[in-house]
Structure formats: structure tokens, C-alpha cells
Ligand binder design. Sequence first.
Ligand code: ZN
Length: 249
Amino acid sequence: MNDSNPMHLLAVVGTMRSGSTLLDMLLGDAPTVFSGGELRTIWERGYLRDQPCSCGEPVQRCEFWSEVMARAFGSAGQPDPASCQVAEWQHTALRQRHTRQIARSVATDPDLADGPNLRDCRQTLLQLYQAIAPVSGRPWIVDSSKLGSDISLVDLVPALHTRVIHLIRDTRGVVHSWGRGHATPSSLRSVIPSRGPRQSTLNWLRLNASTGLALRSLGRGRSAVSATGTSPPIRSLNWVASQPSSGSL
Ligand SMILES: [Zn+2]
């Protein structure tokens, strides 16, 4: 990938239960798009816990991810120092509550000269994204990790040509979805517990507010997709482009 044939990062941010999986799949139907799902999970779940990839193989034995990691970090499908380090950062410095702090740091100091951890983490994420594009053969990468902290960190990296979709589902649909609980894929043998209306509403308000403020502090105007209704999860989409497009899907 080079400037004449750049890669593009399409980051989906917002709260859980907002329809990001469906949006990810819809976007992934385009032949130029790699649908990455929640890419932030590749480090801990994929490489430290060796949970299955969507292809069915454990991530460390997945042909695609082994090639990506080898290209990005010189490893060959084995846990590498980058995986361990990013997983640690995700627990300590890249949580949703750090979103506005990271956005402010990036906005005032794009090189992150005073934040070695953030700078190193950004470089690691950049290497991952840049390896996915040539291995997949698709210049657009969709990352629906949803955390504003992650996208705030890489948003202004010129090589990524980032677009951001702030996916906001009607809070009634989110509350309804949280009330039902959620089973993860059977291979993971776990269940995400349900939440009550008060907890899920407060969480929806807090996360969408902090994400919106972070995007504004990074110089982005309105950048939202509203997803309304509960069944099907997304009944209508109203796209507001986050910045002038220099490429197309
Ligand atoms: Zn795989």
C-alpha cells in the first residue's frame, strides 16, 4: 500500500448492542472491504487466550492472522511481545473512560511526544492495520471495536485515512437488547449477563456523550449513523459523512 493506492480505516464507535455487527457484515459485502469485526479483541482473546477465529481455527493457527502477524511483527502465529503489551494497555490506558483524555492528548500533541505508552500502542495498531490491507487484498478495513479510546489514538495518523462512524441506536432498542442477555458463540462457552433499564440507559448516555466529545476535540464535526428500531436491529440508516471523502466503497 502506498499513497497512490492507500488503505482506509473505517472505524465504528458507539455502545454495545447498537447493531455494529450487522453494519460490519453489510459493509463487508463490498469487494474492497475487509470486515474485521472487533479487532481490538485479536490481542487478548486471539493471541493470549488462543480463542477461535471466525474461520473456526484458533487464532494462532489461523492462516490469515498468522500471515498478518508475520507481516506486521515478524512473528509466525505465535504470541508475540506486541500482543502482550497491547492487552496490558487495553486494561490500563485504553479503556473507554480514557477516551476524552486520549483525544485531548492527540489533539494538542499529534506526535504524542510526552506519552511513550500511547505512542508505542499507536504504532503497534498502525502496523496491524497496515498488514491487514495487503494480506486481505482489500484497501478498506472496518474495525467495529466501538471504543472511542482506540479510535482517538489513531484518528489523526495520516497513513490510515480514517473515517469514523458513530453508531447510535435508539436507546429503547439498546435497553431491550440488554434485557435479554447474550450468549457468545458456543465455542467461547460464556454468556454476557443482562442489564436492567437504568444501567443500560446510563451506560448509553455516558458512552455516546464521551465518544461525541472526543470526536469533536479531534476536529470532527457530526459523524453519526443513527440506527432505529428493535426488529430488525437496523431499520434505517442516516449517514452523515465525518469528513470529505477521498475514496469510495
Ligand atoms: Zn481465521
